[in-house]
Structures are given as structure tokens and as C-alpha cells.
Design a binder for this molecule. Structure first.
Ligand SMILES: Nc1ncnc2c1ncn2[C@@H]1O[C@H](COP(=O)(O)OP(=O)(O)OP(=O)(O)O)[C@@H](O)[C@H]1O
Ligand SMILES: [Mg+2]
Length: 857
């Protein structure tokens, strides 16, 4: 218990799993939490006594599943192993913490998602009132480390984009302190566990990062120190979880929001870049449509590309060149993808070797993958139509040709068996003939037949007893049996053990020694295999950088091949990307909806936006016509173009966008404690304050969430502001047909509408975007299509026609209880008027009446 409490003292914030023989035991409060989380029986130590300690236990072989469950629930799990052999221990067996598994730092393949990095993020607010925040994220499995500085309000956007599984902050930012309040809303919206970790100062940060290569952001980073401290905090935290292993971090990438297209939380969510709005599934997202990657690192890279679209035309063209080159060589593309699908996750395997957690199977896979590299290099090279033609820069596999790779592959080939077992403890890892000690142990473990035969032959010769036999039984172990007739030739060194009917049995010191070796052979074998295997792991760790660089090169090839495959399969075109401002799409399609509909049924549409001419396109049209689809499709096409992908269109010219904003639909944010309208207005405010002439702004029914007059007024003013003050390319869908007249007063506003046709009283959706505004909403027709009861539809039509003719006392005739305006109290004027009998009134009386009536008004 003492030992437990000591360890617990050092790790107060994790659930301590304490190894005791075949079990991991959990005590005290940890036991209560674990028992509840894992559905285990809670018992207690020293049952019945007043100071009984609650405890529960899990068998060691099932531990992975339990750890996975606890971390998925957001817990930190501290694993204390016995670090000396219980047989040799004097007194208490030594136990040490060998690993800490946290929600963000997991090394178990069963828990990791192959095509997703698993990030832990450090958030370090800058000096008071600076409004700046250092943010770093690390994937401990590959060592990917990046860091930046943001303004506080954009923190949530980056958090959504990186989607870490765990956030760490200095302790004072947790709990109820004043400092904690600063980050409280971000924390509740992040939906992941936040844990405390120390944040080093600048000097400490430099020490922590040591010799790490720092890759600077293209534009110098203001407040760079804050980014460095955040990186150091996340590295220190990760290191503290691996007391026995080294993290595979080689580089710190500094970046800043302006290096790529700025996407806020709303844009990432509304455009469904990596997951759907409802349900948050990858399936149905834009990434899902373009992800035909054959490898896990390729999948991770493509996801990154999707979330960080480029703004540098040169870089975009380089990706396009690679994709185009592959599209032009369909047969080669197919072969490359097939070859890639047999490859392995080199980045994670290199990481596991560095961390010292690689299994024999891991190294076996690594060897296979390394051996396959020459084939891939040759494949790509074979696509060069003549020797002088250059390969697209991104498809250069030079990193895969590093001399260190075949060397390590050959080493693994020599040392490890062909079919590597899953785990080291399964044995049979080292190849026969590689190590004499292993070979001998194996022979011995198998009964030492060769040794016995050798001894037998030698003793036969030496003694001249031709029928001398070496035998074995349970009681004596190895012995020499000599028949009665030969007893006189027995050498003096033999020690007699037993007399049997046919002769005598002897042992020799040599046999005793052999026996000892046979009996310990398995243990010696296991230890020797482990030793040799660890040497292989270390050898791989020594070239981890080269291995992971090769992995990175393959990831790029795979991501490009994926884009090429999708482009070919779905008939995408290569867009012209330039530094201009015009956006011109011919026959564009919505990549996701197109993929869901039967081939050829999606109706393509053009789009033209240009800050100098058609800057703000106002889209009107009936419900269900396709307004939202059209606007999203434009935004998705722009983003696809800027990640270097081909796009679903016949032709496209994309003048680079620096930011893409969306205000789409009425996404409910009740969970955040804000009303729909509040969120809508906040997003709109952020668009108006941060968009530029280079931005693309998508506004879908702004103002819908409030009364009609308020809504129209807000929508109108927002549109004017975008036109007059910002000049951003804007698509603006609205049901407020009043806005159509904006085009009369504003030169760069264009009206388009999505066409429908009425056919025998039915509404037919044409899905075509045509010039000019719409004047009818067909809301009731759509409601009827949706199955609203006939009586409700009929009543809607009545109310609408009365509203349209300006008659406010709707429905008075048919159902008085439904009047919209309460009938007024009879006014004195009215009573007086009704009381006049015109027939009997003289002209003079009429004049007097008129004067009287005037007083009543
Ligand atoms: N170009 C198209 N080709 C084929 N189907 C389309 C097309 N555009 C839209 N659709 C289909 O029509 C449905 C409705 O489209 P969308 O949501 O864009 O309409 P909307 O005009 O925004 O309606 P509302 O005014 O009610 O928001 C889509 O879910 C899609 O299935
Ligand atoms: Mg819509």
C-alpha cells in the first residue's frame, strides 16, 4: 500500500493501475471511478475492517480494452508495472510507472484511427490583455508538431479545425478561478477533456525543445515566443507520459492563420468539409468524396490538405501538376494505387520504434514496406515518357531512395523470421541461423537432440561400447545406459545412478550440464530473443527520420493519387487558379450531392463572381429549388481548387480566396446556450468585420430567424455593407423578394433565381440558375409536397390570398375565432355614423353633423 500511495502521490490526476501478478489492481477513489466506468465489481481490501480500502482489479491480458475505454471516457490512465522479477526480488517487488495513457496520447493501434492523427493541444494565453493565445498540437504517434499564435476569438476556430482529443492548459486556467473564466466558453464548446499541465517560461521552453528543428512560417510570426512556449508545454506533457521511451519529434512547424485559407468554425461545419453537420460522420462529407487514399498516412495528409487549403498559387499549381500527371496515365495510376495499398504506415511505425513500443509484427510490416519502395520508385519513374521529361516535383520519391532504408530492411530481413508473430512474448521472432545462441537454445529447448547424439557418438568411441545409449527420463533426467555385457568398459568418470534388469545407468558432469541447459533453454531463448529484438527496434529508431521521410513522400503520392482517381472517376476538370479576383465556374456540380444521386441526374449550373462587376449575386427562388445547394457547391469547388484538386465542373477559373465565410441555414446551437438568432447574428458580425475583397462570402437567408420586418431590414443592410464597404465576392440567398430591387441602386449586384415551372398546378423543380429575381416562394406548394394535411394547405392558401390583398381581418367569414386582429371596441365615431338616418337629414343638419363628427375623430 505504501508503494501504491507513493506512486499515486506523483500522479494524483490519473487512474493508477497497479500491477500485482496477473492483475492490475485499482484502489481508493480510482477504484470507485474505474468500477463504474468499466462495469467491474467493487470490492475492498481488508474487508469488514473500519479502514477498508475500496478496490477492483482487471486481468493483465485484457488490459488494453480497459485502458481504451477509460481514455475514451476522458480519463488519464497511469500504468505501474513490476520492474523486477518477483522471484529475484528481496522483499517488496519494485514497481514503476512505465507509461501514462491520456485521451490525446494513445499508442494502441486498436484505438487509433488509421486515417486520423490523434492530437493533444496546448493552449497558452499570452500576457494579460494581450488578447493573444499560443496554440500547439502534437501527434505523439508520428511526432507531428505544429504551433501558432492566434487572437483569442479565433481560438475556437482552430480548435475545431485541429480537433484534438485532449487539451492541456496551465492549472490556473482550470476550475473556477478568474483566469479559468477566460477560457470557459471555449472549453465547453471543445467537447474534449481539458487537463492541467505546467507551461514552461521562455528559457524553460528553449531547454525543453532543445535541438528540435524549427520550421518558420512563411510570414514572420508575431509573438513567436508564445508559440514556442505552447509547443514546449505540449512536448513536456507528452514526454511525461513516456518515462521509458523517446518521442519521435524531429521538427516544430510554426504556422499562422494567413498561411492558408482562413476557415472559421461555421465554415468548417456548414460546408461539411470533414464531417456532416448532423451526426458528425465522415461519410457524406466533402473529404469522404475525395478520399480514395490507399494508405493511412495518405488519408491523414488529405484531411490536413482539406482543412488548410492553400493561398499560394505556385503551391496549388504544383499539386495540380502532380494530379494532372497521374490523371493522364490511368493505367499507371491504377498500378501505383494497388502498390500503395500493400504499403504500411511508415510514419507511425517509425514513431513506435522510437518510442520503443514496436512489436515484431510492426517490424515485419516495416520490412515489407521498405522492400517495396524500389518497386514504387520504379513505377513512378516509368511514367516519364522520355528520359528528359521531368517528373512533377511532388511525385519525387527521392526520400524513398535513401541508402539507409535498404540497409535497415536487409538487417530486419536477416534478423527476423518471415512471418513475424504479433507479440514478442509469443517467441519465434529471430530467424534461424542469425544468432548461434538463439539456435542453440532452440535446439536445447527442443530436447537437445543434436547434443545428445554428439555425446553418444563420442562416448561410444571413447569407451569402445558400441551400444552405449544416452537416454532421458523424468526421474533422473539425462543418463547413459550400459548393458550388462559391457560393464567392464565403463570409464571411471561415470557416476552410477541406478541398476536395472538389463544393465546400469550412469550420469556424467557433462550430462548434468546439458540437462541444466535444456531446462533453462526456454527462458534463455526468450531473454536472448528479446535482447536481439530490442536491438532491431533500436536500429530502426536510429533511422526513424529517414523512414518517416519516406513515409511522408508516399503520403503525398497517395494523396495526389487519390485526387487523380476521384477526378478521373467523377469527371472533374483542372481549374485555372490565379491571383485574380474573378471566379468563373461553368457547369459546376455539388460534389457530395452529385455523388449521392444517380449518375447524370444532378443539374449543373454556372457561377460568375467578380468584385469589379458581379460582386454580389442575390439568389431568390422557391423553397427546395436548390439555392443552398448552389451556394455550397460554389464554396466547395473553390476550396477543392485551392487544395490542388480538380473540381466538379466543365471549366473553372478561381481567383484565390483568402477566407471563405458561410452563414448557412439555421444551425441550432442550443447546446451552447445561445439562441439561433443570436448565433446567426454573431456569425454575420464576424463576417462583416473580417472579410476582405479577396474573401468569398456565402450568406443563406440571413435574418430568417426573426420577424419579417426586422429580417428584411437586416438582410438589406448587410447586403449593402458587403457591396459598399467590403467588396467581397458574395452569394446571398434570400426569400425576401424585396431585396431584388437592390440591383437598381447598386451597380455590382446581380439577381439570379432558381427556376421552377408550374405544370397543371404542380410545381416542377428545374434546378437551373437563371438571370433575374423570383417573385414567388411556392412555400405552400412545397409544404403540400412535404405532406401537410389537405385542410391545413387549403387554409394556408386562403390566408395567403387575404394577406396579399391587404385584408387583415383574415378569416372573419369562415371561422371568427381565427381572426388575426381582434375586432375593435365600437368607436363613438362609428356609433354616431351608424345612427344617422341620411334620408331624413337636411343639408343644414348635415353641415352641423359634419362639424360634430370632426370633433369625434
Ligand atoms: N442542381 C441540382 N440538381 C439536382 N438536385 C438538386 C440540385 N440542387 C438541389 N437539388 C436537390 O434539391 C434539394 C433542395 O435543395 P436546397 O436545399 O438547395 O433548396 P433551397 O432552395 O435552399 O430550399 P430552401 O429555400 O427551403 O432552403 C437538395 O437536397 C437536392 O437533393
Ligand atoms: Mg436553403
Amino acid at each position: 500500500m505504501r508503494q501504491f500511495l507513493d506512486l499515486k502521490d506523483k500522479h494524483p490526476d490519473g487512474i493508477l493501475l497497479f500491477r500485482c501478478g496477473d492483475f492490475y489492481e485499482v484502489f481508493f477513489e480510482d477504484a470507485v471511478i474505474a468500477a463504474r466506468a468499466l462495469d467491474l465489481t467493487l470490492t475492498s481490501r481488508d474487508k469488514g475492517k473500519p479502514d477498508a480500502v475500496p478496490m477492483c482489479g482487471v486481468p493483465y491480458h485484457a488490459i488494453r480494452g480497459y485502458i481504451a475505454k477509460l481514455t475514451e471516457l476522458g480519463h488519464k490512465v497511469v500504468i505501474a508495472e513490476q520492474t523486477e522479477d518477483p522471484k529475484q526480488a528481496k522483499g517488496l517487488v519494485r514497481r514503476e510507472v512505465v507509461r501514462i495513457v491520456t485521451p490525446g496520447i494513445v499508442l494502441d493501434d486498436d484505438v487509433l484511427e488509421p486515417k486520423r492523427a490523434r492530437y493533444v493541444m496546448a493552449i497558452v494565453p499570452g500576457a494579460k490583455d494581450s488578447g493573444m493565445v499560443g496554440v500547439a498540437h502534437l501527434d505523439a504517434t508520428t511526432g507531428e508538431l505544429a504551433s501558432t499564435v492566434l487572437t483569442a476569438p479565433t481560438l475556437i476556430d482552430e480548435l475545431m479545425r485541429v480537433a484534438p482529443r485532449e487539451v492541456i492548459v496551465a492549472p490556473e486556467f482550470l476550475g473556477d478561478s478568474v483566469k479559468a473564466q477566460q477560457l470557459a466558453t471555449v472549453r465547453t464548446r471543445s467537447r474534449v477533456p481539458w487537463n492541467a499541465a505546467p507551461v514552461p517560461d521562455e528559457a524553460g521552453a528553449r531547454r525543453e525543445l532543445g535541438a528540435l528543428v524549427v520550421v518558420e512560417s512563411p510570414a514572420a510570426l508575431a509573438n513567436r515566443d508564445l508559440a514556442i512556449r505552447a509547443a514546449a508545454a505540449v512536448v513536456a506533457y507528452a514526454r511525461s507520459t513516456q518515462p521509458t521511451g523517446t518521442l519521435p519529434i524531429a521538427r516544430l512547424q510554426l504556422y499562422q492563420p494567413g498561411d492558408s485559407v482562413v476557415l472559421d468554425e461555421a465554415a468548417i461545419a456548414n460546408l461539411e468539409l470533414v464531417e456532416t453537420l448532423i451526426g458528425r460522420h465522415k461519410q457524406g462529407s466533402l473529404l469522404d468524396v475525395i478520399d480514395a487514399t490507399a494508405t493511412a498516412p495518405g488519408g491523414r495528409l488529405l484531411r490536413r490538405w482539406m482543412l488548410y487549403p492553400l493561398i499560394d498559387v505556385e503551391k496549388i499549381r504544383r499539386r495540380q501538376d502532380a494530379v494532372a500527371w497521374l490523371v493522364e496515365r490511368p493505367a499507371l495510376l491504377e498500378t501505383i494505387r494497388r502498390s500503395l495499398s500493400r504499403s504500411a504506415d511508415l510514419e507511425r511505425l517509425a514513431g513506435k520504434a522510437t518510442l520503443g513500443v514496436a512489436t515484431p509484427r510492426d517490424l515485419g510490416r516495416l520490412r515489407e514496406a521498405l522492400n517495396q519502395l524500389p518497386e514504387l520508385i520504379a513505377l513512378v519513374a516509368s511514367g516519364r515518357d522520355n528520359k528528359l521529361a521531368e517528373l512533377p516535383a511532388l511525385l519525387d520519391l527521392a526520400a524513398c531512395a535513401d541508402a539507409a532504408l535498404p540497409t535497415i530492411a536487409a538487417r530486419l530481413g536477416a534478423a527476423l523470421v518471415d512471418e513475424c508473430p504479433a507479440l514478442l512474448k509469443d517467441g519465434g521472432v529471430i530467424r534461424a541461423g542469425y544468432d548461434p545462441a538463439v539456435d542453440e537454445c532452440r535446439r536445447l529447448a527442443d530436447g537437445g537432440k543434436d547434443e545428445i547424439l554428439a555425446i553418444e557418438l563420442r562416448e561410444q568411441k571413447a569407451s569402445g561400447i558400441a551400444n552405449l545409449k544416452v537416454r532421458y527420463n523424468r526421474v533422473f533426467g539425462y543418463y547413459i545406459e550400459i548393458t550388462k555385457s559391457q560393464l567392464q568398459k565403463v570409464p571411471a568418470s561415470y557416476v552410477r545412478k541406478q541398476t536395472v534388469a538389463t544393465g546400469e545407468r550412469y550420469v556424467t558432469s557433462e550430462l548434468a550440464e546439458l540437462e541444466r541447459r535444456v531446462l533453462t533453454a526456454e527462458e534463455t531463448l526468450a531473454a536472448r530473443e528479446a535482447e536481439l529484438f530490442r536491438a532491431e527496434v533500436t536500429a530502426v529508431a536510429d533511422v526513424a527520420r529517414e523512414v518517416s521521410a519516406a513515409g511522408a513522400a508516399l503520403a503525398i503520392l497517395d494523396a495526389c493519387a487519390s485526387l487523380a482517381e476521384v477526378a478521373a472517376r467523377r469527371g472533374y476538370c483542372r481549374p485555372t487558379v490565379d491571383d485574380g479576383f474573378a471566379l468563373e465556374i461553368t457547369d459546376g456540380r455539388h460534389p457530395v450531392i452529385e455523388a449521392m444521386l444517380p449518375a447524370g441526374t444532378f443539374v449543373p449550373n454556372d457561377c460568375r463572381l467578380d468584385p469589379d462587376a458581379e460582386q454580389l449575386v442575390l439568389i431568390t427562388g422557391p423553397n427546395m429549388a436548390g439555392k443552398s445547394t448552389y451556394m455550397r457547391q460554389v464554396a466547395q469547388i473553390v476550396l477543392l481548387a485551392q487544395i490542388g484538386s480538380f473540381v466538379p465542373a466543365k471549366a473553372a477559373t478561381i481567383g484565390i480566396c483568402d477566407r471563405v465565410f458561410t452563414r448557412v441555414g439555421a444551425a441550432d446551437n442550443l447546446s451552447r446556450g445561445d439562441s439561433t438568432f443570436m448565433v446567426e447574428m454573431r456569425e454575420t458580425a464576424s463576417i462583416l468585420s473580417t472579410s476582405t475583397r479577396r474573401s468569398l462570402v456565402i450568406l443563406d437567408e440571413v435574418g430568417r430567424g426573426t420577424s419579417t420586418f426586422d429580417g428584411v431590414s437586416i438582410a438589406w443592410a448587410v447586403a449593402e455593407y458587403l457591396h459598399d464597404s467590403i467588396g467581397a465576392r458574395t452569394l446571398f440567398a434570400t426569400h425576401y423578394h424585396e431585396l431584388v430591387s437592390l440591383a437598381d441602386s447598386r451597380p455590382r449586384v446581380r439577381n439570379v433565381s432558381v427556376a421552377v415551372r408550374e405544370h397543371k398546378g404542380e410545381i416542377v423543380f428545374l434546378r437551373r440558375v437563371v438571370a433575374g429575381g423570383a417573385n414567388k416562394s411556392y412555400g405552400i406548394d412545397v409544404a403540400r409536397l412535404a405532406g401537410l394535411p389537405k385542410s391545413v394547405i387549403a387554409r394556408s392558401r386562403t390566408i395567403m390570398s387575404q394577406l396579399e390583398t391587404g385584408s387583415h381581418a383574415v378569416g372573419l367569414g369562415t371561422s371568427p375565432q381565427l381572426t388575426l386582429l381582434p375586432s375593435a371596441e365600437p368607436s363613438p365615431l362609428r356609433s354616431r355614423l351608424l345612427g344617422i338616418d341620411v334620408e331624413r337629414t337636411t343639408p343644414l343638419e348635415a353641415l352641423a353633423l359634419l362639424a360634430e363628427l370632426k370633433t369625434l375623430v
